[in-house]
Design a protein. Sequence first.
Length: 432
Amino acid sequence: MASLRFNLALSLLTTAGLLALSGCSEPVPPAPDAAAAVLQGNQLRYPAGHPQLALLTTVDVRPSTAVAIDLPARLTWNESRTQRIFPAFAGRVTAIRADVGQSVKAGSILALMASPDFGQAQADAARAAVDAQLTQKSLARQSELLAAGVIARREFETTEAEAARAQTEVTRAQARSKLYGGGSGFNQQLGLITGINGIVVERNLNPGQELRPDQSGAGVPPPFVVSDPTSLWVQIDARERDVASLRAGSTFELIVPTLPNEKFVGKVVTSGDAIDPTTRTIKVRGEVANPDRRLKAEMLATARLERHLGGGLLIPASAVVLRGTQHTIYVQTGLGMFEPREVRISYQDSKQAVVARGLEAGDKVVSENVLLLERQFALSREAGAGKELASETAPKADTAMPATLATTATKSTGNAIPLSLAPRAATPDAAK
């Protein structure tokens, strides 16, 4: 019986001890990584050989009084040296005298048309010539009669005025016929004539095609376009803040992707007075010389110009991180050490930024993988905050151990094992 009581007490004591040990146990934190970045105050320190150091590219901050601005541009024909030719009368194309790429001179016939309407104009010129001949004969007779005293001077003067009007009509009708490519005869052949020297850069007609004057206008391609390609216009889409740098007479560098080894310099001619409500840009027109005709109309290019800022520090735009309305830059303060700095940006585009305050010349700023560094800062801050919270909430360990396991209290329940269940030394009575 005594042996049974002893075994029961021992079993209960063992169970209580296990519960106490289970309640006292806490999750064991992992051993700190020897290669992890450490946040010290406002600086993040990487140990030597950390793999992220190879990804954090830095550049030196340098002063700059001007920045290069790249604006999208498009080449077009120089409209002051371009003529779009439309027919003055309706008709059918009978012959084409010029093609694309052909040099022409002012007055050259580019195509011929059979035009009854133009034939009517030729008939008017012929009729005016006949009428002029008739009035000249009448004037000669009236002159003889006036000399003989048969007619009054008033009749002679009336005939003289009619002869002058007839001659004027002849001049007008013949000039009109000649303007549109007609000769002195009546053949209904209307010529499409260029009025400038240049190159045929566009042809939009074929033999047998019907043309009408009412087909000309916006959105309708002209039958011929003649231009001087040795000078082209440059249409630039400028931002509002860049218009001051694109005044009339200022120069810019034209960069053409398809001609990487060529250098072209253009000059601003004029700028628009309205802002495009969709793109929020202003149209600026420049002019560029093209003597060897390497540039082509409708080429896409970049207009590069300098904008003078009056001072500042130049850094890559990729180094700037925007937090709400505040710009932040990460500076390398030592070997493997980085810290964030809030700066004020006076100018920024897709490639570069100018810092007005917050940096000094010679500082090294992170220009590549800045978001990786910012993420590492956030993780280090979270890890540090977690350690502080754990140290504040963790219970303090007991400094004094009980004399026997019977009075050891568990942390989970706070209960003690009764002394009555503690094992006792064997006595002679218990042995019996």
